[in-house]
Design a binder for this molecule. Structure first.
Ligand code: PLP
Length: 397
């Protein structure tokens, strides 16, 4: 047998552990309600028409070549305008790197920061690729606590305790996956102050920035004076184009402390040639075009959020915080016979025929929780909640 690298073989994606048994059940003809995938386009959401049209036109007009490795000039200008308007940041197109979505931005950043043994602070619980990619590059992901009772806000004291001389970045995921938390301005200011005290840059994942319910998203980049912040964003969520794989990062770095890291990222960008050329033309249409589709979509999501939040809290043995952003809810398993959250999720799958993701799949802080999406229309959520309620009543006797 030809050996694969330990680095690649060591990659864990716990979310898949529950997908395989679900597929087995489906093969046997069992209908499963899938509330596990964070892809709006698998439900009743689509990228807006003007973006789809621009993508098709770009192909037909011949924009099918290798572009600049840093990204299309006009797109970078559009990103600057969007970020100035949204976050009031002082950046130029030279501060923007277009990527194959946020996932590639993470690869570039960790590739540029980690030699081996460096630590990256990440929220606990956290979107799994953060853990997997930091490990892949030879780094150590260190989770800082987020406080469930406070709507999953980061615990700044814990963050401080987790900083060491090996810490190379603090990752902030806001709105958060899997908790749906929207961080308060005060908390973000405290993170900036802490990062400034120890001279650590912030990586700010803002992929859900305009997907908020009652509150509004605040970027740490809008609060910084000297602390470098790398904003990451893209088309996947707010523009409902998950499959186009397009995103970007912006360096908000008033004192140019990231000069070498930026050079390293530029090198990584050049060896992968360029981002998808026609998708970048569609991105220009998205970033400069009307956003009224988002009001309609957010109204739909709010109705679904309100519904699932109410139903989950009425089910015995389950309690949940209210998500303030994104389209995830992260309830706690308060009571029941299960040894751990994975056992719970598999029991629900086999007996209530609803697929959630076990909380421990999101790392530290996720134990005895599960993640559900609420992208599905209310009648589907209703069926899922009815099944779950019946199941919990049976299990709790
Ligand atoms: N960051 C977070 C917090 C996410 O939840 C996701 C997808 O679910 C991503 C990044 C992936 O984004 P992209 O599609 O831009 O790679």
């Amino acid at each position: 047998m030809i050996k694969a690298s330990k680095r690649a073989m060591g990659i864990e994606y716990a979310i898949r552990d529950v997908v395989l048994p679900a597929r087995e059940l489906e093969k046997q003809g069992v209908k499963i309600i899938k509330l596990n995938i964070g892809d709006p386009v698998k439900f009743d959401f689509q990228p807006p028409e003007h973006m789809k049209k621009a993508y098709c036109e770009a192909i037909m007009e011949g924009h099918n070549y290798y572009g600049d490795s840093e990204g299309d000039k006009d797109l970078r200008a559009a990103i600057v305008e969007r970020e100035k308007k949204k976050n009031g940041v002082d950046i130029t197109p030279e501060d923007v790197q277009v990527t194959a979505a946020v996932t590639e931005a993470l690869q570039f950043i960790f590739g540029a920061l980690i030699d081996g043994g460096e630590e990256i602070l990440i929220p606990g619980p956290s979107y799994p690729p953060y853990v997997a990619l930091v490990h892949f590059y030879g780094g150590v992901p260190v989770a800082y606590r987020t406080i469930e009772e406070e709507g999953w806000q980061p615990d700044i004291d814990d963050m401080r305790k987790k900083i060491s001389d090996k810490t190379r970045a603090i990752a902030v995921i806001n709105p958060n996956n899997p908790t749906g938390a929207l961080y308060e301005k005060k908390t973000l200011q405290e993170i900036i102050d802490l990062a400034g005290e120890y001279d650590i840059p912030i990586i700010s994942d803002e992929i859900y920035d305009l997907m908020t319910y009652e509150g509004k998203h605040v970027s740490p980049a809008s609060l910084t004076k000297d602390v470098p912040v790398i904003i990451m964003n893209g088309l996947s969520k707010v523009y409902f184009a998950t499959g186009w794989r397009l995103g970007y990062m912006c360096f908000v770095d008033p004192e140019n402390k990231l000069a070498e890291v930026r050079e390293a990222i530029g090198k990584l960008a050049r060896i992968r040639l360029c981002p998808n050329t026609p998708a970048q033309k569609a991105a220009i249409a998205g970033l400069t075009g009307p956003m009224d589709y988002l009001d309609e979509y957010m109204a739909k999501l709010k109705e679904r959020r309100d519904y699932i939040y109410k139903r989950l809290n009425e089910i015995p043995g389950i309690s949940t915080q209210k998500p303030e952003g994104a389209f995830y809810i992260f309830p706690k398993i308060e009571d029941g016979p299960w040894k751990n959250d994975k056992e719970f999720v598999l029991d629900v799958l086999h007996n209530a025929h609803v697929l959630f993701v076990h909380g421990s799949g999101f790392g530290e802080g996720g134990e005895m929780h599960f993640r559900s999406i609420f992208l599905a229309p209310v009648p589907i959520l209703e069926e899922a909640m009815d099944n779950l309620e019946k199941f919990m009543k049976e299990r709790l006797g």
